[in-house]
Design a protein around this ligand. Structure first.
Ligand code: PGA
Length: 243
């Protein structure tokens, strides 16, 4: 595991953008899985800035969604897809044909999962997965107690996820279930970037990186992945013992 600590969330965004560029250099049509959420937003703003100034060409990339709330899709303000449209896909003009994303409103959610797994396999796997971490240790919507080998599926959401998730919406929203890539799917990616910023993430980051490897803290189940890179700001790194 490689650990990098940047002073601020914005600096972390720049550092991860540099590294992403490095990892994908020379890859013709990379497949990237971007988490939605507060944490990766500075990275996406930096990627859009570089795309617009000609530093990188996002139009050659393919994207697969990490997760979505069941009952919502990109037409719902506050959904995972809505945030990614706003922060990354629309400002960089990514074509719809380059994006595979769970439709949480679909009547056949198992079909959404199968189509997503097929899309990933059809593109030869994911080059990079960009992840945040929940304060309960979840990765995507793989909640505490998750199976390390799980594939894409519908899950019941942990109470913490249901209440913290309200921050993405302007009014109270029912968030009982999610549709998510499984940890088994995520672990097949060549590179896994785990990002965390802010003091409120310091305790769970300490547990994920230095505590027991356990399904109680799903992020800890990534620790043995050879391509894991952890990117923290100083606040999120504040409880690590390694100094
Ligand atoms: P956040 O979400 O980046 O909005 O903190 C992280 C997560 O719940 O995975």
């Amino acid at each position: 595991m490689k650990l990098t600590i940047g002073a601020t969330p914005e600096i972390v965004g720049v550092q991860v953008a540099d590294r992403l560029g490095q990892c994908l250099e020379g890859v013709k049509a990379p497949l990237v899985c971007p988490a939605s959420g507060t944490t990766p937003a500075p990275l996406y703003h930096e990627l859009v800035r570089r795309h617009r100034s000609g530093g990188i060409d996002l139009s050659t990339w393919y994207f697969v969604g990490l997760d979505e709330w069941v009952g919502l899709n990109g037409s719902d303000e506050g959904s995972c897809r809505w945030w990614l449209d706003k922060d990354l896909f629309l400002p960089s003009g990514i074509g719809q044909d380059r994006i595979c994303f769970f439709d949480g409103r679909a009547s056949d959610l198992a079909g959404e999962c199968a189509a997503t797994e097929r899309f990933i396999a059809g593109r030869g796997g994911m080059n990079v997965v960009i992840l945040g971490i929940g304060t309960n240790g979840h990765i995507a919507m793989n909640e505490p107690g998750t199976d390390v080998a799980a594939r894409s599926r519908v899950v019941e959401l942990h109470p913490t996820t249901q209440s913290v998730g309200q921050k993405y919406f302007t009014s109270q929203t029912e968030l009982e279930k999610g549709i998510t890539l499984g940890l088994g799917t995520i672990r097949e990616a060549r590179h896994i970037f785990l990002l965390a910023t802010g003091e409120h993430k310091a305790s769970i980051i300490q547990q994920a990186l230095e505590g027991p490897v356990s399904a109680d803290v799903p992020a800890s189940l990534l620790r043995d992945h050879p391509g894991l890179e952890v990117w923290l700001d100083e606040a999120a790194a504040g409880r690590l013992s390694r100094g």
